[in-house]
Design a protein around this ligand. Structure first.
Ligand SMILES: *Cc1c(COP(=O)(O)O)cnc(C)c1O
Length: 344
């Protein structure tokens, strides 16, 4: 990569090893269930999540949507965080395509939703009410600075869900970042969930795809939903081959991204006009003082001129995400670029 692209970990290119595996991949028609590479990826993913089965989907958004459409009927209610990805960033798909009503509750700074609030939001049996069907959590929590949710918290939400006959879905787009940061297997983090989606195409570097995991019965139903959504792919083993490398070789190294995120945040926090909380994983979110030398738009464009790209989301401030293609030198160059704009 010639630019230092910190806008997201979705910008990661596949590694040379992935490109080779893709070129060599054995393929078949996956809509017939006959692509051996897709089948291998799905089995591996299910194993890593501690679930019975997996389903390769083109995107994380489709994974979440297929899960919600499989669990919920039209008119059902899904409880989820007010800063959650499915609520904010997936085009209102659950409502538009599933007639599912989102019931949002506050995502606290640690990414959790208060257990008491969840309990209060669960509807009783009354014809006036929609039926509460599902609770969704996000781990790591993107809008909450990439914070990981603990296994204990998820277990307690799982217990509550079970007690009320609800499904628990986890948007685990970055579940392996959470697992690495907490030092426990991802399967432990999703043990209480009926379904989980995780992305291959973020920190794990695959070019395309996510995997939805759950029970055999759930995945069987979700496969029909994927077809309805136009996500039945044919010789998708070309893509799955990269995903296998993601799971086998790219998980443990996420710790390096977390270390570099900390180093970058620490360096940025030395600039007096920036307010930079310590990142827990690979996502740094920060604010700039109003009396800084430049406007936010000027900051991003002047960094861009120096080959450094970061995200800016207005009220929500700036975002920088570390990933495979950001090495120590890139961290140094980024800090130098910031200093040139803000302190020189
Ligand atoms: C990236 C992401 C998704 C899925 O995004 P796609 O671009 O559809 O793959 C879902 N949830 C979270 C928290 C994400 O960060």
């Amino acid at each position: 990569m010639n630019t230092i692209d910190l806008r997201s970990d979705t910008v990661t290119w596949p590694t040379p090893e992935m490109r080779e595996a893709m070129a060599r991949a054995e393929v078949g028609d996956d809509v017939y269930g006959e692509d051996p590479t897709v089948n291998r990826l799905q089995e591996l993913a299910a194993q890593r999540m501690g679930k019975e089965a997996g389903l390769f989907v083109p995107s994380g958004a489709m994974g979440n949507l297929a899960a919600l459409l499989t669990h919920c009927n039209r008119g059902d209610e899904a409880i989820l965080g007010d800063l959650s990805h499915p609520y904010l960033y997936e085009g209102g798909a659950m409502s538009a395509l599933g007639g599912i009503q989102p019931r949002t509750l506050a995502n606290q700074v640690d990414g959790t939703i208060d257990l008491g609030e969840i309990e209060l939001a669960i509807r009783g049996d009354d014809v006036h009410y929609p039926i509460t069907r599902l609770i969704a959590l996000e781990n790591t929590h993107n809008r909450r600075n990439g914070v990981p949710l603990s296994a204990e918290y998820i277990q307690s939400v799982g217990n509550l869900a079970k007690q009320h006959g609800l499904m628990l879905h986890i948007d685990g787009a970055r579940i392996f970042n959470a697992a690495v940061a907490l030092g426990i297997p991802a399967s432990k983090l999703v043990a209480a969930a009926n379904s989980v989606t995780f992305c291959l195409s973020k920190g794990l570097c695959a070019p395309v795809g996510s995997v939805l995991c759950g029970s055999h019965e759930f995945i069987h139903k979700a496969t029909r939903v994927r077809k309805q959504l136009g996500g039945g792919m044919r010789q998708a083993g070309i893509l799955a081959a990269a995903g296998i490398i993601s799971l086998e070789k790219m998980v443990d190294r996420l710790a390096e991204d977390h270390t570099r995120a900390k180093a970058l945040a620490e360096g940025l926090s030395e600039i007096s006009s920036l307010e930079v909380p310590e990142p827990a994983t690979n996502i740094i979110r920060f604010q700039m003082a109003e009396d800084a030398k430049v406007t936010p738009e000027e900051l991003t464009s002047k960094l861009n001129d120096q080959g450094v790209r970061i995200g800016y989301g207005g009220y929500w401030g700036f975002r920088a995400v570390t990933h495979y293609w950001i090495d120590d030198a890139a961290v140094e160059k980024t800090l130098a670029a910031f200093h040139k704009v803000l302190t020189d």
